[in-house]
Design a binder for this molecule. Structure first.
Ligand SMILES: Cc1cc2nc3c(=O)[nH]c(=O)nc-3n(C[C@H](O)[C@H](O)[C@H](O)COP(=O)(O)O)c2cc1C
Length: 340
């Protein structure tokens, strides 16, 4: 069984950008859930040290990798956006049109340490890669946002899919970089995907309470994946400006934006998003590198209006708790029974 080793079918979402540290993942796994490391945007050396921390803590864990994009670059649009941002922020911004985010090095690490759970986002790896990881005992999860992507993951022999609904915080995990959206409520999407492919499903997007977890398990999910709910936990690596923005009530809503990375992602609606949404081109990951110095400076200035504050639609229910207490609360609300 896919998640039979877990006390609770609750997965802490991999969260790139410094939130999902090994400290967070270890604490989640120690307390009955499944902690995930986010390989995205970090070097393979940093990832390796985080993996070693999980191994030393003797906990079950997962690693999430971004599948490199193969999209065409709109150079003219990138240039014009760069020019505008440089003028507005009075800085010289870097151009890095593409990166594979150390894809092969990170895959080699996952293989070397035989990581128990490996998830992929922004695409589905070739069947050969999935089969190679199966052979060494890794369980493979592919993030999908619709039935078509679910079918591809099924055909390529993934063990499970993480179905990401429209309310999810962070990037849309679509295989292609697109602005077209699937607005189906998560529980309806789960039911449809469940009818289309016969494989375990993890539900993700906007889940903040045990009651929601229960509904999604009834709809057919085998487990749930929560991101936003963990951001303000004591063990999370999120910076204080980000945590305060989520919890202090100054932000009223989340929106999907491509302004920061060139790919749609959901975060607290701020001035940067409002100002540049129409101008920002869909060029990922080039925009991620382009806007990095702006976001860094904004953090130094404690200015949340130019930071990417990824969050799901349920952020108003966020609580600053130790992981242990958050999991206990979710389990109590969902009325689970601990396994013998
Ligand atoms: C700050 C943040 C960073 C994220 N980074 C990743 C990531 O690196 N890889 C990934 O597969 N999903 C990532 N996600 C998306 C989550 O896997 C998941 O789909 C989402 O958190 C679910 O919605 P929720 O935040 O409302 O719980 C991220 C989400 C957030 C909030």
């Amino acid at each position: 069984m896919m998640f039979s080793e877990l006390r609770y079918p609750i997965i802490q979402a991999p969260m790139a950008g410094g939130v999902a540290t090994s400290k967070l993942a270890i604490e989640v796994s120690k307390n009955g859930g499944l902690g995930f490391l986010a390989a995205g945007y970090k070097t393979s050396d940093v990832l390796e040290s985080e993996m070693k921390a999980c191994i030393e803590a003797n906990v079950l864990y997962g690693v999430n990798l971004f599948v490199p994009s193969n999209e065409m670059l709109d150079e003219a649009a990138l240039k014009s956006y760069k020019k505008q941002l440089e003028k507005d922020f009075s800085m010289t911004l870097p151009v890095k049109e593409w990166s594979d985010d150390e894809w092969f090095e990170k895959l080699a690490l996952v293989e070397k340490y035989k990581v128990p759970f490996v998830s992929f986002t922004f695409g589905c790896p070739e069947k050969e890669i999935i089969e190679m990881l199966h052979k060494i005992g890794c369980k493979i999860i592919v993030t999908v946002t619709n039935i078509e992507e679910a079918r591809i993951a099924y055909e390529r022999s993934a063990n499970a899919i993480c179905v990401q609904g429209i309310n999810a915080g962070g990037h849309r995990g679509t295989f292609q970089n697109t602005n077209s959206l699937n607005y189906e409520p998560l529980h309806e999407l789960i039911i449809k995907v469940k009818n289309a492919v016969n494989m375990p499903i993890i539900a993700a997007g906007g889940i903040m309470t045990g009651q929601q977890i229960k509904i999604l398990l009834i709809a057919g999910a085998s487990a749930v994946q929560l991101g936003t709910a963990f951001i303000c936990c004591n063990e999370s690596g999120a910076n204080e400006v980000y945590k305060r923005s989520l919890i202090e009530g100054h932000f009223q809503e989340t929106v999907l934006t491509k302004t920061f990375t060139g790919r749609l992602a959901r975060g607290l609606s701020n001035e940067f998003m409002k100002k540049y949404e129409l101008q920002a081109p869909n060029v990922y990951p080039a925009l991620h590198y382009l806007t990095q110095p702006i976001r860094k400076q904004a953090l130094e200035n404690e200015n949340p209006q130019a930071m990417s504050l990824w969050a799901g639609t349920g952020f108003k229910m966020i609580q600053a708790l130790p992981v242990k207490d958050l999991l206990e609360k979710l389990v109590e609300e969902a009325n689970f029974f601990e396994k013998e």
